[in-house]
Structure formats: structure tokens, C-alpha cells
Ligand binder design. Structure first.
Ligand code: SF4
Length: 460
């Protein structure tokens, strides 16, 4: 390491230690100092403008000010410090230049976050989900999960989302969270297997922010996920909240539960239970099931989801995100660019819904996936549409996935993906749905976004 790099590292570490000190003692009263130290560490102009944006919100918007204060007051100190050191300092300031080097040197983009499904086993039998048909023999062996996470860290990926299946089916993952204590983990869980003992370990780790799956109130949740799941997930929220562990909620939004999940009553209930954010996912027709299209949101509902997501975010002490309707903020589709998914067969996929791959990790290093023409091609043609409210290569720009797979040799990993490439009826239905959304997307793009998205992030 050159002297300049060493000095820079020491200076960064000094500021980071200072911020950790503020978080330890009296964070509520030191927010101005924390923001100014963060500004000092941030070199990138775009990141600076985002920090100023949040700071302005914090200073001038009472609900956001109270929201941040509430997090500072009620979050366990270790969890708070890990959020800062692992997510902000390590994943961004430390690992950002590490990832950038691959891009500059060899045009290989290293994503910011890895999603991994170590196991597809799950105790539930949710409608529209195929996870319950998997057995233990389909799992990625624990030592492989360990290796893949180690390789991700080596490349500069410090944020890992654990999917499945049910992440808490596998006890060894708790050992992984402990082992990689400078990284941040988010398991997406039904909450069913959370116990006092596991919650105690999560608190001890500090580097885990679980997202609990809830599909609306009791009827909607139990209807989709099975009887009794709603009460159990609320109990899981209590276990986390009592310990000051940060957590959020994820909702797969369908034609039938949309009104419930975007209602004030539901959101207020989640806030009361201690959740800090909701992540809405459009139900995607990727399972190869004929009923998928009946569960997908109508064009009008998809637009409504975006509207309510913005309204809730602007008016409540709560953070909401909707992958699709918030796509303009992150430059459209981020598949293979800022995130990717490793499925339980170790295939590397550009996103959790696009089940196509060219690289399987058995016996191969993770970087091979990013060096492969499949991911490079995707990055080179993003965004696929100048209206970033129509970001997707599968449900909006429906020809893109077919062309890219043909050109790069990417193969479908399951029957649903196969159908997407070859079934003319599927093609007809998805294209019709994409066309129906165009007028809504055009209007909101103009009225709300002034026809501008984040161009800088759209090319990564
Ligand atoms: S391909 Fe579609 S679902 Fe996947 S990240 Fe892009 S926009 Fe999202």
C-alpha cells in the first residue's frame, strides 16, 4: 500500500472512531457532528448530495427528525454501531474503492450487495411459492456458503441478504454472522422460527437486520402463508423490538392484498410494533404457474403502490421502498450491476426474479460471474428504457431478456424461466401487461419525476 493510501486509511479510521464514539455516548445530541464527520469522509459528489438531502430532511422535516431520533434512542448500541461501521463505513467508504478498481482496470462491475439462498427449505406452503418442495439435499453445503461469502468480502461486497427458503432453518448461519462481524446481513424471514435464544444471539452479533414477511393483516397473511403465521410474526417483532434490534417488513404485493399493505392502519400497526421500514415487492410471474398473472398487480394498482409508497415515506416516521416505483432514484434496473443472487444450486443470477445464468459456483470463484459476458452485457444496456418507471427486462421491456440470453448463452435455471423464454402464451400475456402499464408510467414519470431519473447510477 502506498503512503498516501495508508495516511488516507488512518484519517478515515480516526473519523470513523469518532463517529462510533458519538453513537456510543449521546447520539441524539451529536447528530450535527455525525453528519459533518460523514461529509468529511465522503468524496463522491453524488453521495455528498444524498447526504445533504438526508440532513436537510432531518433538520427541516419534523417527522423525519423524530424518526431518526427514535432510531438513535431505541436501538441497541451495538446494533447501531454495527449499522454504521459495517454498512456505511465498510460497505461504502472502505469497499467502494475496492470494487471500483475492478471496474477501472478490467470493466468488471462488482455489485454492492449479494443475495444468497443457502437453502430453499421452508416450513410454510405459501401460495405462488415453490420453496416447500425442496429437501435438505438441495441445500448449499455450509462450507460452500462460507466460501462464497468470504469471496464476496474479498471483492468488496460487505452487504449480504439471505433468502431462501427460511434462513433460520440453518443454525450455522448464526455462526456466519458472527464470523464475518465486519459485514452486514439481512435475512428475509417468516419469523416463525425466531426464539428468545436466537434473538439474544442476533443482539450479540449486532450486524443482522432481519426483514419479516407480512402480507397484510391476519386474514391476508394467513391466507397466503398459512393459518397462525400472522400471530407468530407479530410475536417475532416483539422479540426483536424488546432487544432494540433493527428490523423491517417485506410484503409481496398482489392483486388481493395491495389495499391492506399500503393502508395507514397496517403501516401504523407496523410502526407500533417497532418496524422501521417496509419493502414492497411486486408479485412477479416467474414461477411458471398459470395463476401467476391473476396474482400480479393491475397497471392501475402498480401505479397506486408507487403513490402510496411515496405518501407513507413522506408523512410518517417510517421508511418505505418499492423496487419498481422507486427505480428512477437508483437509475432503473440494478440486476447484475448493484445486486445479484446466488440460488441454492449455486447458479449466479442477475436478480432474484430473473432465473437465468451462465456461471455456477461449484468449483469456481465468484468473480467469474462478473467477468462473464452475461452480466457485462446487462450493465452495458441499462437502463433498458428512458422512462425508469418501466425498468424491468422481464415485465416491462419484455424482449430484453430473450435477446440477452440468446446473445450471451445464459440458460434458464428453472421451468418458469424456460417458459419466459419460449412459451408464446406467456409472451403474449406479459407483453399485454407491459403495454397496459405504459400510460400510467408515462403520466407519473412526467408529473412526479419531471422525466428525470438518476442517470449517473443507471450506468455502473
Ligand atoms: S430485472 Fe426486473 S426484477 Fe430484476 S432487478 Fe431488474 S427491474 Fe428488478
Amino acid at each position: 500500500m502506498e503512503l498516501k493510501d495508508t495516511l488516507e486509511k488512518v484519517a478515515k479510521q480516526t473519523v470513523i472512531n469518532k463517529i462510533v464514539g458519538y453513537l456510543d455516548k449521546n447520539p441524539e445530541e451529536n447528530m450535527d457532528k455525525i453528519f459533518s464527520a460523514i461529509r468529511f469522509l465522503t468524496k463522491d459528489e453524488f453521495a455528498l448530495s444524498q447526504i445533504d438531502f438526508v440532513y436537510n430532511y432531518y433538520k427541516n422535516d419534523k417527522s423525519k427528525h423524530d424518526f431518526i431520533q427514535n432510531i438513535l434512542k431505541n436501538t441497541d448500541k451495538k446494533c447501531l454501531k454495527k449499522l454504521f461501521t459495517n454498512f456505511f463505513a465498510n460497505a461504502n467508504w472502505y469497499a467502494g474503492p475496492k470494487r471500483q478498481k475492478y471496474l477501472d482496470k478490467e470493466n468488471t462491475g462488482i455489485p454492492f450487495v449479494m443475495l444468497i439462498s443457502p437453502s430453499m427449505r421452508c416450513p410454510l406452503h405459501c401460495k405462488g411459492c415453490y420453496a416447500s418442495s425442496f429437501s435438505k439435499k438441495d441445500d448449499i453445503p455450509p462450507e460452500e456458503v462460507d466460501r462464497i461469502i468470504g469471496e464476496a468480502r474479498e471483492l468488496g461486497i460487505y452487504y449480504i441478504i439471505i433468502l431462501g427458503g427460511e434462513p433460520f432453518f440453518n443454525d450455522y448461519l448464526l455462526d456466519i454472522y458472527e464470523k464475518y462481524d465486519d459485514m452486514m446481513f439481512t435475512p428475509f424471514t417468516s419469523g416463525l422460527l425466531l426464539t428468545d435464544k436466537i434473538a439474544d444471539r442476533l443482539k450479540k452479533c449486532g450486524n443482522v437486520i432481519p426483514m419479516l414477511s407480512v402480507e397484510g393483516f391476519e386474514k391476508d397473511t394467513d391466507d397466503r402463508r398459512g393459518k397462525g403465521t400472522y400471530k407468530k410474526v407479530l410475536k417475532a417483532m416483539d422479540l426483536l423490538n424488546e432487544r432494540g434490534i433493527l428490523f423491517g417488513v417485506s410484503s409481496a404485493v398482489t392483486r388481493t392484498n395491495i389495499n391492506a399493505v399500503v393502508s395507514d392502519e397496517f403501516t401504523d400497526m407496523l410502526i407500533k410494533k417497532g418496524s422501521k421500514m417496509s419493502w414492497y415487492f411486486l408479485f412477479m410471474p416467474v414461477n411458471g404457474d398459470d395463476n401467476d398473472f391473476d396474482m400480479m398487480l393491475t397497471a392501475q394498482q402498480r401505479d397506486l403502490l408507487g403513490k402510496r409508497c411515496r405518501e407513507i415515506r413522506d408523512s410518517k416516521q417510517y421508511f418505505t421502498i418499492d423496487f419498481f416505483n422507486d427505480a428512477p432514484y437508483i437509475g432503473g434496473c440494478i440486476a447484475g450491476k448493484y445486486y445479484f443472487h446466488v440460488n441454492s444450486k449455486e447458479d449466479v443470477e442477475p436478480c432474484v426474479f430473473s432465473h437465468f445464468s451462465t456461471v455456477n459456483l461449484k468449483g469456481r470463484h465468484l468473480i467469474d460471474a462478473f467477468r462473464d459476458p452475461f452480466f457485462k452485457k446487462l450493465r452495458s444496456i441499462q437502463p433498458y428504457n428512458k422512462n425508469m418507471l418501466r425498468p424491468c427486462m422481464m415485465i416491462d421491456n419484455t424482449e430484453v431478456i430473450r435477446h440477452v440470453c440468446k446473445e450471451t448463452g445464459a440458460k434458464p435455471d428453472d421451468l418458469g424461466a424456460e417458459k419466459m423464454l419460449t412459451d408464446p402464451i406467456f409472451h403474449e400475456k406479459i407483453t399485454k401487461s407491459a403495454h397496459e402499464f405504459i400510460p400510467y408510467a408515462e403520466k407519473t414519470w412526467k408529473d412526479v419525476f419531471n422525466e428525470k431519473g438518476n442517470d449517473k447510477l443507471s450506468k455502473g
